[in-house]
Ligand binder design. Sequence first.
Ligand code: ADP
Length: 530
Amino acid sequence: MQNTSTAISGTLDKDELARLILEASMSLLNCPGGFLSDYVWTTQSVRVAQALGLAAQLKGLSLPVRETLSWEVIDKRDSLILSWDEIRARVTSSALLEKLSPCQIVMVPMVSSSRVVGVLGLSREPASPAFTERDLSLLKTFASQAAVATRNAELYQDMRASESKYRTLVEQAGDAIFVITKRGVLDSANPMALKLLGYTEQEYVQLNLLDLVSLEHRERLTQELRLLVEQGNLLETVDLLHKDGRPIPVEINTVSLGNGLYQAIVRDITVRKRLEEDLAKQRDRAEEASRLKSEFLATISHELRTPLHAILSYADFGLERVSHADRERLKRYFFEIQDSGTVLLELINDLLDLSKIEAGKMSYRRSALTVGVVVDDACYRVTQLAEAKQISLHTSPIPKEWQVYGDYEMLLRVLINLLGNAIKFTPSGGRIDVFGELQEDGYLFAVRDSGQGIYAEELDIIFDKFVQSSLHVQKGSSGTGLGLSICRGIVEAYEGRIWAESAGPNLGSTFCFVLPALRAEAISSLAPQP
Ligand code: ADP
């Protein structure tokens, strides 16, 4: 008995165990056959897990519990001895009857954790000596030990199954998983962890999680590891360092495994962080756009109100004095109204043009333009204005073959605007030069004046809507601050660049723009200029 008990406790393989139990009990009771059935409570069925010798045919048979000879044993939890006549009288299932050879049987329940988990049966030929009470008690004792061994084997198998499930999960996880001690020493790492930081398994051994954290986050994680022991878990966002030194933003989620070890699930959040940053940028841009829009509306209202106010005031004056004021005075009021109306119209036209340019809806009638012709036309149109201020205007001839692909009126508008500004911001007696230069990426055109100049820090912002230089504001000159925005919009629509240069206050300014040159092979295929 002791020998057989020792034998069955030596294995944890369930099938092997079933065979050992059967062989041991058969030799214990000197029987030529035996079977071991599992009782499955959930399906109310019995399956013959192992059968040897006289009963070998029964192996694998599965029947509803009530159709088996074990039913009474399971139901009453009691052992049973049956002669061949009794067996035949009880069997209702033809499947069972077919597989039974004449025998007498003894069956005992196998009970584990107060549940019947199976039945152990032994058989002898009908003519052999009948089973005795002594046989029965021996078998009962043995069955209870066999039940414990079976239960252990089942638990072990379950444990193996869940361990392999866990291992598969860990090995195939999309996140890096480290097992660490409470001080952060690495115990093991899954394949994703090796991939994430570029180390081999051997290199990880003896490393500390803290060694892998960027310097700036190391102190914080050290504190957190201390808390980890108290609280059992930790959730932290830090930068880990790849073997090549590159920081990788990760989220570390640590839970206790219960044996002084902790499982740290490390998720790469590079993409999430980038998306968050993009979102933040978009939000900032939207906020900035909304702020600029409000600012723009406030400025427009102000700009529109000033000339409108003048128109209404002069109209009021006129109406009040229409009966007694002299004609000259009334005429002056009309001139004032006309001037302000013109300013208002120009402002509204500029605003409409600018909104079209910004929305990309401005229609350009493009053709091959000889730029020298446009430059001459622009200078001609401002000559009177310059003469009125005794400003000398000098133009260096632009080579005839310089051609660009663009809209004549729009290019003219840019040049007139720059020339108009140059005249406006240059005191009487000053000088303006217009010249061109061949550049690598196209033709450069420049309008240089000897006027009031611009502060270096304002050279860029004067191209923004409604922005006027501080020198301008000090002097209280007129203007809306839209001209340069329109120029920039037009030049950029030509895929060109525009900028301003100035050595400072009273040192003059130069406004330059570059337009891409039209290549010779393209010229012949385009319509001639108007
Ligand atoms: P506006 O001339 O109607 O005010 P612009 O957009 O054409 O609007 O010019 C914006 C500002 O840039 C001007 O108000 C002025 O302060 C500055 N600016 C433009 N051209 C010159 C120049 N040639 N010299 C000095 N300042 C200039």
